[in-house]
Write a protein that binds this ligand. Structure first.
Ligand code: FAD
Ligand code: DHB
Length: 402
């Protein structure tokens, strides 16, 4: 018996409804280009998945300029500084004074909620809970996305496919391996992240480099704290009951001025392994990769989601030029334009990570060098400006893109 296939056609097929895929669909719609987003998980899962929290100045501006800024500006927290903490003392980096800019603390899942609501206003453009997603014909003029949903096979024929399906997705692995060069560094630690119902003990983020390992104090609202601890990459959460987490956070964030955390109920905990990863090139035929599908940074610089936003901004512009004047050069320019920024952000995220974490094979020399690095950033305006300029975000447009 012939298997029933539901067929449709769209200009751009997008795999993955994370920040990259959803924002790309939104930007394309504003340019009059149709897209469909194919996502493996449910809407609820996406809207409750706690991840990033810091939006660069320009990321917040992009959301605002494209009509997505209302709730962010009402509920997000504008931060003009952050603290670097080591040897029991906190040192404020005044982002605003050093760069004229700040950042916005607003959860990634809130950005995702806003994007899903905006996209669904335009019809059934996001397909949730798709199974067995695959891409075909990516090196031809007629690529297509295939998936199953509710026992029916679906095929979406497109002009281009945007692979926005994260590090573990199927798009990058659909490219012949010999066509790609992968650059990777895996770190010998991870982050244990918790969401806790307790007012943040500091109104600005604290990045702490302690002898026991790294700790980070962040937040989601005046009532909810977001905290992270360096841990083994495969840490077993069963070995981390709430009391142990608070004890360790308290030890790593304590200061000689008497600063203390106020423990509260832990609402969620998870462990994330850490890696630096870049896939080059970012395009194979008519498949264009963006966000975590193409690159990963360790979270210490708060850059992953911001890089995804930068990629899809450039991709949307490339596709716009393609449809306006059939300009294939714009598509070819997409990856190289993104990679310049990606490598600078890789450098910053690696630098923050190696400065603030303990490595198993650290020698006493390495530890003293780390402390000297922190001391330099805390006390030199030039070094602090370097951190601040990268933290609030390097320009998304270098002027050499499509
Ligand atoms: P994703 O968000 O991973 O989205 C990919 C989507 O594709 C997912 O919805 C997934 O379900 C879907 N998918 C996967 N496979 C398939 C398939 N086969 N078919 C269909 N769909 C599929 N970044 C920051 O900028 N600032 C921060 O402060 C920050 N902190 C972080 C803290 C932690 C603990 C972690 C884990 C990450 C943090 N990041 C941060 C990184 C940020 O969360 C990611 O870089 C961001 O989610 C990348 O967006 P994306 O859309 O590329 O990928
Ligand atoms: C958060 C995450 C980060 O990786 C970071 O560097 C700062 C804040 C957060 O989830 O709030």
């Amino acid at each position: 018996m012939a298997v029933q296939v539901h067929r449709e056609r769209v200009q751009v097929g997008i795999v993955g409804a994370g920040p990259a895929g959803l924002l790309l669909s939104h930007l394309l719609a504003q340019a009059g280009i149709e897209s469909i987003v194919v996502e493996a998980r449910s809407r609820i899962h996406l809207e409750e998945r706690i991840r990033a929290g810091v939006l660069e100045h320009e990321t917040a501006a992009v959301l605002r300029e494209t009509g997505l800024g209302d709730r962010m500006d009402r509920e997000g927290l504008v931060h003009d500084g952050l603290f670097l903490q080591f040897l029991g003392a906190a040192h404020r980096i005044d982002l605003k004074a050093l760069t004229g800019k700040g950042v916005m603390v607003y959860g990634q899942h809130e950005v995702v909620k806003d994007l899903i609501a905006a996209r669904l206003n335009e019809g059934e453009v996001i397909r949730f809970e798709c199974e067995n997603v695959s891409v075909r014909g990516i090196d031809t003029q007629a690529p297509s996305i295939h998936y199953e949903h509710g026992g029916v096979n679906h095929e979406i024929a497109c002009d281009f496919i945007a692979g926005c399906d994260g590090f573990h997705g199927i798009c990058r692995t659909s490219i012949p391996p010999e066509a790609l060069t992968l650059y990777e560094r895996v770190y010998p630690f991870g982050w244990l992240g918790v969401l806790a119902r307790t007012p943040p003990a500091s109104h600005e983020l604290i990045y702490a480099g302690h002898d026991n390992g790294f700790a980070l104090l962040s937040m989601r609202s005046p009532e909810i704290s977001r905290l992270y601890l360096q841990c083994p990459p495969d840490a077993d959460l069963a070995l981390w009951p709430d009391e142990r987490i608070w004890e360790e956070l308290d030890a790593r964030l304590s200061r000689s001025d008497g600063f203390r955390l106020t423990p509260g109920p832990i609402l969620q905990k998870s462990v994330t392994a850490m890696r630096s990863f870049v896939c080059e090139p970012m395009r194979f035929g008519r498949l264009l990769l963006a966000g975590d599908a193409a690159h990963i940074v360790p979270p210490t610089g708060a850059k992953g989601m911001n890089l995804a936003v930068g990629d899809v901004r450039v991709m949307a512009r490339a596709l716009e030029r393609y449809y306006a004047r059939h300009d294939g050069d714009a598509i070819a320019a997409y990856g190289p334009a993104c990679l310049r920024r990606i490598w600078r952000v890789q450098r910053f995220s690696w630098w923050m990570t190696q400065m603030l974490h303990r490595f198993d094979d650290d020698s006493p020399f390495d530890r003293r060098r780390q402390l000297a690095d922190l001391d330099y950033v805390a006390h030199s305006r030039a070094a602090a400006t370097t951190l601040a300029e990268n933290y609030v975000g390097l320009p998304m447009d270098w002027g050499d893109g499509p």
